[in-house]
Design a protein around this ligand. Structure first.
Ligand SMILES: *[C@@H]1O[C@H](CO)[C@@H](O)[C@H](O)[C@H]1NC(C)=O
Length: 150
């Protein structure tokens, strides 16, 4: 049985790079990885009812959009080319993806006893998510005394 699945893996501030699948890394690690894992485990979760999925998202999702100027979902924003890549924006978009996925998962599976919720864990400066770039490591170190610990 699998009663609780916590989707917490994430990267932050990576330089632009593609995965083996040809997708931008932040998008694939932070969103698609969880999306795929949950698809693979869906039957197990259903059979384990009551079960819950917890998506670790971020308040950063508020600061972004995945729609183009005409209000349509723009898939090129999800896995941008190198020239359109901005690490912070990619992170924020991946966190919006977590919330949209969690909401839809909850809509589909809650009638079967599997709930999904997305949470903002707080600004956890004690994590090592900033390790990809020294500037963020410096900023996180300076902010650390003012944030909560694990
Ligand atoms: C990303 O989210 C952070 C809040 O965590 C915000 O300060 C920042 O402006 C956002 N950046 C972009 C490019 O969306």
């Amino acid at each position: 049985p699998l009663h609780v699945l916590i989707c917490n893996a994430a990267v932050f501030a990576l330089p632009w790079q593609l995965t083996e699948d040809g997708l931008e890394s932040t998008f694939q690690v932070n969103h698609l990885g969880h999306f795929y894992l949950v698809q693979l485990l869906e039957d197990v979760l259903r059979c384990s009812s009551p079960a819950r999925v917890v998506m670790i998202s971020s308040e950063s999702h508020r600061f972004t959009d995945i729609k183009d100027g005409s209000g349509k979902l723009d898939f090129s924003l999800l896995s941008p080319s190198k020239k359109d890549y901005w690490a912070m924006l990619a992170y924020n978009r991946s966190k919006l993806g977590n919330i949209l996925f969690s909401n839809e998962l909850n809509r589909r599976l809650s009638p079967h006893g599997v709930t999904s919720n997305a949470v903002h864990p707080g600004n956890l400066m004690y994590s090592s998510i900033h390790r990809s770039w020294w500037v963020y490591t410096l900023l996180f170190t300076l902010a650390r005394p003012f944030t909560k610990s694990m």
